[in-house]
Design a protein around this ligand. Structure first.
Ligand code: PNW
Length: 483
């Protein structure tokens, strides 16, 4: 080799320093039942409150629904083949509660639904892909919503029965269970603001009551696993939430305090009970204070009894963390407390920084440093023995040449890897959101997060691999990332 070439290659390799993911790192992709399955009333499936909600005109962009979605109910073999082709080692999917139990109760099991998930699990097993299974990704059976949904503490018992049935039916195949996807989204969108089902805004009360019930339901599902299945099945059960790193808008004492509150109101409210036994103290104090100012004789935040605290504390075997974006947080100085709301209790404004790259979906910015910061935050505060990044992804309009997604994933993966290698945090897996373009809740099919494009205009729901998928395939097969 010419000396020139040797010098060139040496310089090149020192510029392109490779970082390596641990050998057993679980690279994968994610999806959720209502967003991909379709088959909304096939066989004996019951209706979820999302089925009902999307059929109400003007609730969803373009009046789109999940009636067919990616048709994964019929095309799951193609999905697994794609995962395999991309060399992925894990697949996060969710079980539709009303597909297994049509009205949410154990009175009737829909065998066709059970077979669907068994077939999917067998297909994954044959392909050597580890399932990470979410029990609840937002599709509550309509009957249980009519019973009060996530405002009714008894739903925790119904959820426990559903969880038990799933462990019994599928537990031999599953090592990672996630009970609830993002209580923060269910509770704020569904019960505080009413922009998700059940669609009735209850500001200042709905999100707190929902968080209370979801935490109890999660804990019930964890205890059932712990008491009845763990010894045999030897899996792990965890709670998931989205926790984004929030930066203070200035270094003023007020904004720094607001930053801390904002982390608690968006993340801690839902996960602190499970890891540390109660709501974050700052939220207990704030809601108590504003409730009093508004003339209540009690706090709008439900109180956990000592027995409940004992029951919920320590009920997560790993931390399932979704990271998408970051925001700037600015304190709101308040003089009056006109109407109850979570926003007023939280007393901060959020915004994006103009220097951050914004996706087509306006809420989503690329702020990769935030990933490392939030992983450190969660690790210090909750001390999980294991963290899995269960969602992280970028929105665009669905083009195959998706350079924006590649840049986003590269920058976030690099920061996640720094958290592993430099901060020594035990992040063991990463399932990017999402494998397929899919039904994006109130945005219908407007924004796309997939590694794989789905043609929603073809009856066949044709799947086409995007550039980002090929890029990701290269990262997951080499486990190397170049800065
Ligand atoms: C997730 N945030 O929700 C959901 O789990 C997915 O079902 C959904 O498709 C995906 O995001 C993309 O929208 C989020 O505050 C909720 O940054 C909140 C945030 C991000 C995602």
């Amino acid at each position: 080799m010419k000396i020139f070439t040797i010098v060139f290659l040496t310089v090149l390799s020192s510029c392109l320093a490779a970082k390596e993911f641990p050998e057993d790192f679980l690279f994968g992709a994610a999806g959720a039942a209502y967003q991909i399955e379709g088959g909304w009333d096939e066989d004996d499936k019951g209706a979820s409150y999302w089925d009902v909600f999307t059929h109400i005109p003007a609730k969803i962009y373009n009046n789109d629904t999940g009636d067919v979605a990616c048709d994964s109910y019929n095309k799951y073999k193609e999905d697994v083949a794609l995962l395999k082709e991309l060399g992925l080692k894990s697949y996060r999917f969710s079980i539709s509660w009303p597909r297994i139990l049509p009205d949410g109760t154990p009175i009737k099991i829909n065998q066709a639904g059970v077979d669907y998930y068994l077939n999917l699990l067998k297909e994954l097993k044959a392909a050597g892909i580890e399932p990470i299974v979410t029990l609840y990704h937002w599709d509550l059976p309509q009957y249980l919503s009519d019973l009060g949904g996530w405002l009714n503490p008894q739903i925790a018992d119904y959820f426990g029965d559903f969880a038990r049935i799933c462990y019994k039916l599928f537990g031999d195949y599953v090592k990672y269970w996630i009970t609830m996807n993002e209580p923060s989204s269910t509770c704020v969108n569904g019960y505080e603001q009413g922009i998700h089902p059940p669609g009735v805004p209850l500001p200042g009360a709905g999100a707190y009551q929902c968080a209370y019930v979801q935490v109890l339901a999660h804990a019930k599902a964890w205890h059932i696993y712990d008491d009845e299945f763990r010894a045999q099945q030897n899996g792990k059960v965890g709670l998931n939430n989205v926790c984004n790193w929030l930066y203070p808008k200035s270094n003023s004492t007020e904004d720094l305090a607001a930053q801390d509150r904002a982390m608690e109101f968006t993340c801690g409210l839902y996960v602190n009970p499970v890891w540390n036994g109660n709501w974050p103290q700052v939220i207990i104090d704030r809601v108590n204070y504003t409730s009093q100012k508004q003339g209540y004789s009690f706090s709008r935040l439900p109180e956990f009894t000592p027995v409940e605290i004992d029951y919920i504390n320590g009920t997560s075997d790993f931390f399932a963390l979704n990271i998408y974006t970051s925001y700037l947080i600015e304190n709101v100085a308040e003089e009056a407390f006109p109407t109850p709301s979570l926003d007023q209790d939280a007393a901060y404004n959020i915004s994006g920084d103009p220097s951050w790259t914004q996706s087509d979906a306006a809420w989503l910015y690329s702020v990769p440093d935030g990933a490392r910061k939030v992983i450190n935050y969660v690790n210090e505060k909750y001390k999980p023995s294991e963290i899995i990044i269960t969602e992280n992804g970028w929105a665009d309009l669905g083009q195959l040449a998706d350079q924006g997604r590649i840049s986003y994933l590269k920058d976030y993966l690099s920061n996640i890897l720094d958290a592993i290698l430099e901060d020594g945090i035990n992040v063991t897996g990463y399932t990017t959101w999402s494998l397929l373009d899919n039904f994006e809740w109130t945005d219908g099919y407007l924004y796309k997060f997939g590694l794989v494009q789905v043609d929603f205009n073809s009856a066949n729901r044709t799947r086409t691999i995007k550039d980002s998928a090929r890029w990701y395939q290269n990262i997951t097969s080499t486990r190397q990332l170049f800065d």
